[in-house]
Design a protein around this ligand. Sequence first.
Ligand code: ATP
Length: 313
Amino acid sequence: MSSGSHASGMTTIEVRELTKRYGSDTVVDELSFTVEPGHVTGFLGPNGAGKSTTMRMILGLAPPSHGSVRVGGRAYGQLAVPLTEVGALLDAGALHPGRRAEDHLLAIALSNGLARGRVAEVLGMVGLEKVARRRAGTFSLGMRQRLGIAAALLGDPQVLIFDEPVNGLDPEGIRWIRDFMRTLAAEGRSVLCSSHLMSEMALTADHLVVIGRGRLIADTSMSEFTRSNGQGTVLVRAEYCDELARHLTAAGGEVRSGPERSLIVSGLDSTEIGRLASFHGVALVELTPQTPSLEDVFMELTRDSVEYEGAAA
Ligand SMILES: Nc1ncnc2c1ncn2[C@@H]1O[C@H](COP(=O)(O)OP(=O)(O)OP(=O)(O)O)[C@@H](O)[C@H]1O
């Protein structure tokens, strides 16, 4: 059934100078990035940044004003059976409420020339086999998401696109989707997942593409992002706080008071602080590097684009 076109493993998504204009609004602006196989790539940006529009262009649902998208080296329109190349979960609400889960999947399978046996397989993969005969209208949001994912997997595609898949889910549902995406990537698939929450991506993504106002802000591995943005402050507690604060300031540190009589130090790392304290004979009670939350870093990164949006509204 599968076209076999991904035998080469070249199942990247290549976005090049992608641009979308609606009237005078440039919603996606010269965006270029690559989604690699074997990773979950987090597609991050504040609301309205252009994530959904970009995903719709990748899926051939909206024509670019300029630039191109290639999936496995080809434009979406050139894919013989698109569902076998790229699967997507865009809007879990887009389900016929009266239709049984398995009939919903069967209709998609048959209209795409896929084997009917695949329906039971994907229902099993997402853990919906026991409710296969229930009508989609009776499903919880988490179940509808699973059904949407089952549909995306029908053609066993090497590329998967999820638009805000955990929005509105309970912690158990969020965990399930997160683990599932990681499993799909571990199988060698390319997984692109959008979110407006950095904290969510930090637990899910290996790679990050951050956009604001339709423009690329960052394209980096998650570990590099954490490393380069993780230099925060150091929380210090000492028996003679004031004396230590003087020494730290003299050594070029910036010191402010923290909770419970602690000092929050920036400009010096914990090793330097420990050595200074030892040199001056001040006993330390606590020395704890503080990592800024990635959510803070993300908000700082995209602040300009959010402000612009607010100002323009
Ligand atoms: N069909 C359209 N016509 C006009 N403007 C549109 C259209 N589709 C999207 N937009 C505008 O494009 C901008 C980006 O929307 P998009 O949905 O891609 O952002 P997003 O990053 O996915 O945000 P969200 O998470 O809020 O959906 C928004 O300002 C939106 O109003």
